[in-house]
Design a protein around this ligand. Structure first.
Ligand SMILES: Cc1ncc(COP(=O)(O)O)c(C=O)c1O
Length: 374
């Protein structure tokens, strides 16, 4: 039996042609191709400005800095995410403060924000876990009450919508990932998207050292001298990575449709399997269908995981909660029991393969194997 990989990207011949054209050109770093990607991504999200970056981590970091958040500040987020979410807060010099997840969806529980606010709280970073948007109406309303900035970690959720609100439309800025296993990918890559012009200006400058001229400005016309008004980072997306993304943005809804079909097949096949729970997709949601996760009994999770691998099925764990990672325990004194919902999901979750080229017979084999193991 051939291995069913956990993930296969959907980069096609036309994407490769586009990258080949960039490689044959003179200009490899941030230039026209990045501009094309940014325009297309803005058209898709409906947000006025997209800033192409090297990762979602970079987008989160620069968004915090651009919103003036740093030393002495606290930022509320969820422990049930990839460590990048909380790490970016620390990179900005601030302190992450966790609130627990909702049982139903695994998303940050908006009702708990108020209880975590102190005089130092400056922002909240909701993470749209697995592709389902958080309760942005609730988060917006807490943010207004406590005067907090909102940065969406939309690494899983480019295509998401909830209560008629699209991703990025109820916050200051949204951060996206094009990492190797994301819905659209360039291997590594990310973007920030916002409707706020001054944030766009800041993010653009900070992504390239804080310099006020890009390489394209400096070298494609008469040479222009540049200055560095602020201290920035080296987080600019280049033309090579952008060229891989342009076509995928055009196909994004088609790719979503294919994953949605696989998701529904999983749900249909798994609904009656004892010992497996599936987190809820809410009614008023367009789920981005990024990660298909199941919940199994806690003490059996790792055995099931390894057993699936022994049957040639790729799996992942998204996520063991951030507060229990060694660095976070040691630096902040977190311990088991601090965020029980996130811990419960973290002990029971398994992510199954989900990508457009996964076949119906693969899904049936995965489900049959799962039943056998259970
Ligand atoms: C929820 C979440 N946030 C942030 C990130 C970081 O993304 P990147 O690898 O593009 O920095 C990831 C990546 O896996 C993620 O899953």
């Amino acid at each position: 039996m051939k291995k069913i990989e956990f993930f296969r990207h959907s980069i096609d011949k036309d994407d490769r042609k586009r990258t080949d054209a960039v490689l044959k050109s003179i200009f490899l770093t941030t230039g026209k191709e990045v501009e094309t990607f940014e325009k297309k991504f803005s058209a898709y999200t409906g947000l006025n400005h997209t800033i192409g970056l090297t990762s979602c981590t970079a987008a989160l970091h620069l968004s915090l800095i651009s919103l003036g958040i740093g030393h002495g500040d606290e930022v509320i987020t969820t422990p049930l995410s990839f460590c990048a979410t909380a790490n970016a807060i620390i990179h900005a010099g601030a302190t992450p403060v966790f609130v627990d997840a909702e049982e139903e969806t695994g998303n940050l529980n908006a009702d708990l924000i108020g209880s975590a606010v102190t005089g130092k709280t400056k922002a909240v970073i909701p993470v749209h876990l697995y592709g389902q948007m958080c309760d942005m109406i609730g988060i917006r309303s807490s943010a207004a009450e406590y005067d907090l900035r909102v940065i969406e970690d939309a690494a899983h959720a480019i295509e998401a919508e909830r209560d008629g609100i699209k991703v990025g439309h109820a916050s200051d800025v949204a951060c996206f990932s094009f990492y190797a296993t994301k819905n659209i990918t360039s291997g590594e890559g990310g973007a920030a998207a916002t409707n706020r012009k001054e944030l766009d200006d800041s993010l653009r400058m900070l992504r390239l050292h804080g310099i006020d001229r890009s390489a394209a400005d400096r070298y494609t016309r008469h040479y222009q001298h540049w200055d560095m008004p602020v201290l920035g980072w080296k987080y600019n997306m280049d033309n090579i990575h952008a060229s891989l993304l342009v076509g995928q943005v055009d196909r994004i809804d088609d790719l979503w449709q294919q994953r949605d079909g696989i998701w529904k097949l999983y749900e249909q096949e798994l609904v009656s399997v004892r010992g497996i729970e599936i987190l809820k997709t809410l009614d008023n949601v367009r789920h981005a269908r990024h990660l298909f996760t199941i919940l199994v009994p806690p003490r059996k999770r790792d055995a099931i995981l390894w057993n699936l691998q022994d049957h040639n099925i790729g799996v992942a764990v998204n996520y063991r909660p951030i507060h229990l990672l060694k660095y976070y325990r040691e630096r902040f004194g977190y311990k088991e029991g601090d965020y029980p919902v996130a811990e419960d999901i973290g002990e029971r979750t398994i992510s199954l393969p989900l990508y457009p080229s996964l076949r119906e017979k693969d899904v049936k084999y995965i489900v049959k194997t799962l039943k056998k193991i259970l």
